[in-house]
Ligand binder design. Structure first.
Ligand code: PEP
Ligand code: MN
Length: 333
């Protein structure tokens, strides 16, 4: 049940409501939605609902019937903006994240980070822990990779997004990353979601390759339920009958997610296509569909990349795409 508090509720009155709900032993969350504070209460019975409604600070109540209340527009209608320093994801300006699929060596990382920082890319990506479909594929440099990410972060002033795969990696990743990535393969790793949801860092949640929109939003709900409300959703392509591309980038998901949730939505045209030549067109299409940004894989020598070389742009190709992307963004406004 959702209780909408009166606009003029003071901090002290809010504490009173909090104490009352706590005494009732109910799982609950306070959510700021514009000027209003809202209180979402889980599994309350009708008697408890009446008791809460009777509180002076409560204006009215609404029944919530979605499986992902905290992620839904019903509970929070105002767009959520995730802030990373002075960068905003979910606001008016589209955010561009770029970098290699994986951290492969100090030299590889420095080379590509230098180029991307010169283009003005604000957020740099690169996996140190790589959950691969094959156990024989490159699994990432792990802590050594994080060290190199920390170096380029300091050297080029880039914000860092990198993947976490379990509680152990979270301890290390949190020290370096500005955004924690949860990959497609782990989108329904519920124990991991619970752990990462406790972190204070923003989270980039990638859509599972076979996840429905509802599954995706319920995974986001796991993070929100732990108290982390800085969640960014990423459409990265889904499995379909089509094998000509690696995945089918589901751009329907972008406007649909924006309708259903207040969370920012970005698009990954690299994994969404698996084919370098398709990355720029689908990045543009993602922006046109309303995405709050993109994440793109870039490698100085894609043919030598230890993972996802086929879908990686060279810095030169990225620069061309980025400049067009910025023009398209201006034109769309
Ligand atoms: C990645 O971002 O490199 C990655 C592994 O993506 P996904 O989890 O979407 O496959
Ligand atoms: Mn990749």
């Amino acid at each position: 049940m959702l209780f909408i508090l009166k606009e003029a509720t003071s901090q002290m009155q809010l504490e009173h409501v909090r104490e009352t709900i706590k005494l009732m032993g109910l799982e609950h969350h306070f959510v700021q939605d514009g000027k209003r504070m809202k209180l979402w209460v889980q599994n309350s019975n009708s008697e408890q609902n009446l008791q809460i409604e009777d509180l002076d600070q409560v204006d009215y109540s609404e029944e919530i019937n979605v499986a992902y209340p905290l992620a839904s527009r019903q509970v929070k209608n105002e767009n959520s903006i995730v802030k990373i320093g002075d960068i905003e994801i979910g606001g008016d300006k589209a955010c561009v994240i770029a970098g290699p699929c994986a951290v492969e060596s100090r030299e590889q990382l420095n080379e590509v980070a230098k180029e991307l920082s010169q283009f003005g890319v604000p957020i740099f990506r690169g996996g140190a822990y790589k959950p691969r479909s094959s156990p024989y594929a490159f699994q990432g440099l792990k802590e050594e990779g994080l060290e190199y990410l920390a170096e380029v972060k300091a050297k080029y002033g880039l914000k860092i997004v990198t993947e976490v795969i379990n509680a152990e990696s979270l301890k290390h990743v949190e020290k370096v990353a500005d955004i924690l990535q949860i990959g497609s393969r782990n989108m329904q790793n519920f124990d991991l979601l619970k752990e990462v949801g406790k972190s204070k860092r923003p989270i980039l949640l990638k859509r599972g390759m076979s996840a429905t929109i509802q599954d995706f939003l319920m995974s986001a709900e796991y993070l929100l339920a732990q108290g982390n409300n800085q969640v960014i959703l990423c459409e990265r392509g889904i499995r379909t009958f089509e094998t000509a591309t690696r995945n089918t980038l589901d751009l329907n998901a972008v406007p649909l997610l924006k309708q259903l949730t207040h969370l920012p939505v970005i698009v990954d045209p690299s994994h969404g296509t698996g084919i370098r030549e398709l990355v720029a067109p689908m990045a543009f299409a993602g922006l046109a569909s309303g995405a709050h940004g993109i994440t793109v894989e870039v490698h100085c020598k894609p043919e030598e990349a230890l993972s996802d070389g086929m879908q990686s742009l060279t810095p030169k190709q990225f620069e061309k795409m980025y400049s067009k992307f910025n023009k398209l963004e201006a034109a769309l406004k």
